[in-house]
Structures are given as structure tokens and as C-alpha cells.
Design a protein around this ligand. Structure first.
Ligand code: NDP
Length: 396
């Protein structure tokens, strides 16, 4: 029988919702490109309910306990005395969400002597030291595509929020004001601007698709070009070097994975290449940025705005400078955890668990590492250099 150790974010401050804003969510069965949404044998939750917090338990308790397995759920994840770290030696399976990552660095993996499977309920397994997990033969899997469109929608929202300067205008009316000149003095139209996307994978391409009707000039960078017909339909032009892309754009949306080569890529020198008054939205990973260089660029006016939902570490300290820097439109890490997304990644987590517990193969598109090597989607999207931790795995 397996012990499943699950790290989830805490419940809402006033307890689990007694009712929801909407009675149902759209039923999504397939993703762009044709892959099917998760296909577990069954689910024990109502789609659209809060599943990603401790009491939501990703809807897994009934299924696991009926089969005689043990489920431990905690939000206490940081430090050697945390429940997560104390229970690691018992765990056959660890489940964690990028929004509230249970960091699995080499030190913790050494304690997790029974661990055979680490599931990311969502996308982005950089909180796991992949090189170490591979060396220990641990399978790493994530629910590919489950929240890609959710993140793309959030990125588009944050681009518009920055360019139109939504947040200060909203705060102004909440405070009883009607100072239109104040509300508009940093407010522009997106139309006609050049928007760049760094990494046109599932999310980046969905952002390009959603922005095309805004009448913007689209450019992107990626290791591989999009198909020519897609480029043509979207009017999107590939620029080979990131250094050249950033110099051309008014708005940049970042969608590359956090890897050793993208770690702190946006430092003072990279930001200095951007036009004065550019905007950056980063819903990928915060450690792609040099934290303090972003603050400096906002203060100097090099950047007119910065938004995103990813922080480093997570949760960030109360005095993290991105909470108080000028012209930000930050949210907590929530874009990939809408109630709609939770339905899909909870179902995908169950699908992965069903396969693992049955000894059946896990879908290739969910696999990051298996059998001592990168596998499936991970073999395309990740690097795991021997002796080099995933940059985010330490939670520093
Ligand atoms: P994909 O794997 O579909 O796409 C990633 C793309 O990045 C690929 O096209 C890849 O190129 C490209 N790429 C890799 N390295 C570089 C680089 N150095 N420069 C330019 N392009 C590069 O991933 P997703 O679109 O699904 O997700 C992207 C990231 O978004 C995830 O890694 C994760 O960190 C983050 N994310 C954030 C969420 C949130 O809630 N905020 C939720 C989900 C994901 P190629 O394959 O052609 O080699």
C-alpha cells in the first residue's frame, strides 16, 4: 500500500466556500493540437470546486483510502521541521503544485528513501532537483496542458492591465475618486504596439493566438520556429536571438521554462536593451528575472510596468520588493490554478496515480523523468545536467 504525501496551499482565510460564483464550468475534453484532457476512471469531486487547497485534497482521499492507501495532506512545507519534510521518509508518492511548491532539493530527496513518484499537479517541475531525482530513479510527472490556456488568459489580462494602467485607475474609484487625468496619464492602447513572446510553446503560442486580433505586431523567439502557416495566419515573425527581440518590442510576455540557461536571464544588461517605457509580463518563473534589476528598471523608467504571478521563492516574504515596486500589476501565483484549471489538473493527478498504482504506463506527455533519464515531455522541455540542481529546487 502506498503513502501519498500531498502539499497544497492553505484554505481560504474564511474557510472553504459554501457556495461558488458560478454553478458550472465548461466541460473541456481536448486541448489545441488534439491531446485529450485527463481521462481518469472516475473523479470524486464536482468540477468547479476548490480542490487545490488543503481541504480540497485534489479530490483524492476517497479514491486512495478506498484502495487502502494513505493520504497525508499539508500546507506546512518549508524548513526542516515542516510536516512535509518530517513525513518525507514515509512517502512513496509526493504531490505538489507550483503555486505552493513542496521544494524537493537533493537534501530532501536523500531523506525520501521510499519515494518513487513526484507529481506536479499543474505544469512546471523546476521545484524538483531533476538531476537528483533522475539519479535516484524517481519518476517525475506533471499534468501537461491542464492549465496552459488558463495562464495564457492571465498573461493577456496582465498585458492589458499594464498598458491601460488598470490597477491605479481601479484603486482610484475604490477610494471614492473621479480624477480622470490621473487615471489616464499612463494609459495607452495596445493597438499598433509590438508584442514579443519569449518561447512559443503551449502557453506562448496561445498568447500569440489571443493577441493577434488586437492589431499588434507579433514577434517571438523560440528554439524552433512555429509552422510557417501558423506564422502567416498570426502575422508572427520569429527573431532568433532574445537580445534582438527585447530591443524591438513594446511589450514582452515570458513563457520559457526555468532552466540553467534561463536562470536570471533578465539582468540589468538585458533590461537595458529594451526600449524606454517597455512592459514585461512574466507568468513563467520568477527566477528568470534578476529580482532587483526589475525594480531598478521600473524606478528608472526603462520599464513602464511589470506584471506576472510568479515569485521567488514562493510564498515571497512580506517585504519582497516586488510587492511595493512602482507600476506593478502582480498577482499571487494563481494563473494556472483557476477553478477551471484545478478541475483538469486534479483529474490528471488522479489519472497519473491510477496508472502508477496499477503498474500501467503514464501518458508520455505527462512524463518528465522516468527510469533514470528525462522522458516524454521532459526530454523535450527540460535539462538535467548531472550535479546541477534545477534552479528553483532550493526554494531560495
Ligand atoms: P512548453 O514546453 O509547451 O513550451 C516551452 C517552450 O519554451 C518550448 O517551445 C521551448 O522550445 C521553449 N524554450 C525552451 N527554452 C527556451 C529558451 N531558452 N529560449 C526560448 N525558448 C525556449 O511549456 P508551456 O508553454 O506549457 O509552459 C511554459 C512555462 O510556463 C513552464 O515551464 C512553467 O514554468 C510556466 N507555467 C506557469 C504557470 C503559472 O501558473 N504561472 C502554469 C504552467 C506553466 P522547443 O520545445 O521548441 O525546444
Amino acid at each position: 500500500m502506498a503513502t501519498v504525501l500531498c502539499v497544497l496551499y492553505p484554505d481560504p482565510l474564511d474557510g472553504m466556500p459554501r457556495e461558488y460564483a458560478r454553478d458550472a464550468i465548461p466541460h473541456i475534453t481536448a486541448y489545441p493540437g488534439g491531446a485529450t484532457a485527463p481521462t481518469p476512471r472516475a473523479v470524486d469531486f464536482t468540477p468547479g470546486e476548490l480542490l487545490g487547497s488543503v481541504s480540497g485534497e485534489l479530490g483524492l482521499r476517497g479514491f486512495l483510502e478506498a484502495a487502502g492507501h494513505t493520504l497525508i495532506v499539508t500546507s506546512d512545507k518549508d524548513g526542516e521541521d515542516s510536516e512535509f519534510e518530517r513525513r518525507l521518509p514515509e512517502a512513496d508518492v509526493v504531490i505538489s503544485q507550483p503555486f505552493w511548491p513542496g521544494y524537493l532539493d537533493a537534501r530532501r530527496l536523500a531523506k525520501a528513501t521510499r519515494l518513487r513518484l513526484a507529481i506536479t499537479a499543474g505544469i512546471g517541475s523546476d521545484h524538483v532537483d531533476l538531476a537528483e531525482a533522475i539519479a535516484r530513479g524517481i519518476t517525475v510527472a506533471e499534468v501537461t496542458y491542464s492549465n496552459s490556456i488558463s495562464v495564457a488568459e492571465h498573461a493577456v489580462m496582465q498585458i492589458l492591465a499594464l498598458v491601460r494602467d488598470f490597477v491605479p485607475a481601479h484603486e482610484l474609484v475604490r477610494a471614492g475618486g473621479w480624477d480622470i487625468a490621473d487615471a489616464v496619464r499612463r494609459s495607452y492602447d495596445l493597438e499598433g504596439m509590438t508584442v514579443g513572446v519569449m518561447a512559443a510553446g503551449r502557453i506562448g503560442r496561445a498568447v500569440l493566438e489571443r493577441l493577434a486580433p488586437f492589431g499588434v505586431h507579433l514577434v517571438y523567439t523560440d528554439k524552433h520556429p512555429l509552422p510557417a502557416d501558423v506564422e502567416q495566419r498570426l502575422g508572427a515573425r520569429r527573431i532568433e536571438r532574445l537580445e534582438d527581440l527585447v530591443a524591438e518590442v513594446d511589450v514582452l510576455s515570458i513563457h520559457a521554462p526555468l532552466q540553467p540557461e534561463t536562470f536570471r536571464l533578465f539582468d540589468d544588461a538585458m533590461l537595458a536593451r529594451m526600449r524606454r517605457g517597455s512592459y514585461i509580463v512574466n507568468t513563467a518563473r520568477a527566477a528568470i528575472m534578476d529580482r532587483d534589476a526589475v525594480v531598478r528598471a521600473l524606478e528608472s523608467g526603462r520599464l513602464a510596468g511589470y506584471a506576472g504571478d510568479v515569485w521567488y521563492p514562493q510564498p515571497p516574504a512580506a517585504n519582497h520588493p516586488w510587492r511595493s515596486m512602482p507600476h506593478e500589476a502582480m498577482t499571487p501565483h494563481m494563473s494556472g490554478s483557476s477553478l477551471s484549471a484545478q478541475t483538469r489538473y486534479a483529474a490528471g493527478t488522479r489519472e497519473i496515480l491510477e496508472c502508477f498504482l496499477d503498474g500501467a504506463p503514464i501518458r508520455d506527455e505527462y512524463l518528465i523523468a522516468e527510469g533514470g533519464a528525462l522522458a516524454g515531455a521532459g526530454a523535450v522541455a527540460y535539462t538535467a545536467r548531472s550535479g546541477e540542481a534545477s534552479p528553483g529546487s532550493s526554494g531560495r
